[in-house]
Write a protein that binds this ligand. Structure first.
Ligand SMILES: [Zn+2]
Ligand SMILES: [Zn+2]
Length: 125
């Protein structure tokens, strides 16, 4: 990988980490363009896919047919509002405890969890 590619990947990752609204590729691309206008949409897409594969970025597929991305890969889950389509972070380790129990019971080692809860948020109620 040449230095230009490495630099682009860095800009994309840093931009995503600064965004706390779980952007789509398009939203991320628009933000990336503000720091480096030479980075194209395909480059953003390619790099983000790679970062997801490497476990550095979390991909959140939704039933809207749009994938959202999260630069925060610590253990947390998401809630999506079916009305305003906003994604909320859920930091709660109670599910983690259930998970450990499931691992033990089935002899699985879980590396990644995608948990998306759907409902109506407080603001839309
Ligand atoms: Zn809402
Ligand atoms: Zn999140």
């Amino acid at each position: 990988m040449n230095t230009r590619n490495t630099k682009q990947k860095e800009v994309i990752l840093n931009t995503l980490k600064q965004m706390h609204n779980h952007p789509t590729i398009l939203e991320l691309y628009e933000q990336v363009r503000k720091s480096d206008a030479t980075i194209g949409q395909a480059t953003v897409y390619r790099n983000v896919s790679k970062l997801v594969e490497e476990g550095i970025v979390m991909k959140i597929p939704t039933n809207d047919g749009v994938d959202h991305y999260d630069g925060d890969c610590t253990d947390h889950y998401h809630f999506i509002c079916q009305k305003c389509h906003r994604l909320y972070d859920l930091y709660d380790d109670s599910f983690l405890r259930v998970l450990r129990k499931l691992e033990k019971g089935h002899n699985f080692k879980v590396n990644r969890v995608h948990l998306l809860l759907e409902g109506v948020c407080q603001e839309c109620e």
